[in-house]
Design a protein. Sequence first.
Length: 296
Amino acid sequence: MSATAADRSLVADRKLVRKSSSSDRRFAAISHTLLSIWAVIVIVPMLWVLMSSFKSTGEILSSPFSLPKKWKFENYANAWSDASIGSYFLNSVIVVVSALVLVMLLGAMCAYILARFQFPGRRLIYYTMLAGLTFPVFLAIVPLFFQLQNFGLLNTRFGLILTYVAFALPFTMFFLYSFFRSLPHDVYEAALIDGAGDWRAFFQVMLPMASPGMAAVAIFNFLGLWNQFLLPVALNTDQDNWVLTQGMAAYSASQAYDINYGSLFAAIVITVVPVLIVYVIFQRRIAGSVSQGTFR
């Protein structure tokens, strides 16, 4: 009797395993199908823009989905020189890289202090900076304009760098807080016992241990700062200091009805390529690095 019950239990377990495996396969098939559709939606327009950047305007309008009959590499030269995309690209690199270095350094230091040390007002500082994430950028345009004007930083790259840092700092602190909070305290104490001060323990011990979080938040900040448009348009009207997004908008508007689509698509590719390179290099850091910064 017990053997029969055991056999029935074994059969039931096997059916449950088969049912679970079948359900997992269906879920995997649906997930892969949806991801494939999403990949096609994203990749096909990018490939079309890349292909169109090597065509003439007439060829783009007459046969938009065919391969170029003659690859016009001069479209990139025209976009880089004639449209001043090269100058705008250099300004973007200077502004974004400088702002990124500053915001990562200040954000890491702020997150480290709030996560590892107990002091009066710690909770107030944390939630005050957290409130900065809820503040819309466009509401600060007018105060920022007059503030930068009073300091003589309006229409300068340095003023734009400081503005970028101010708006990216709350997110950076919020993101890195949980990473520093989760680091083992024994390592920090061991560094102090070995003679390291607080600064050395932070830069040589704790900061390298939080490198996955640093890499992930650096990517997010880079994407946001590189694609920023509203702040440069309002606070950086000197054409010599324009960033790439301003230059692209001006280039597309200046051509009116006589648009050189090949050069325009080439300018778009020049704008997008740095973002793709940074993402491809560091995309593994993003997976598994996204976590919530909860206050404890």
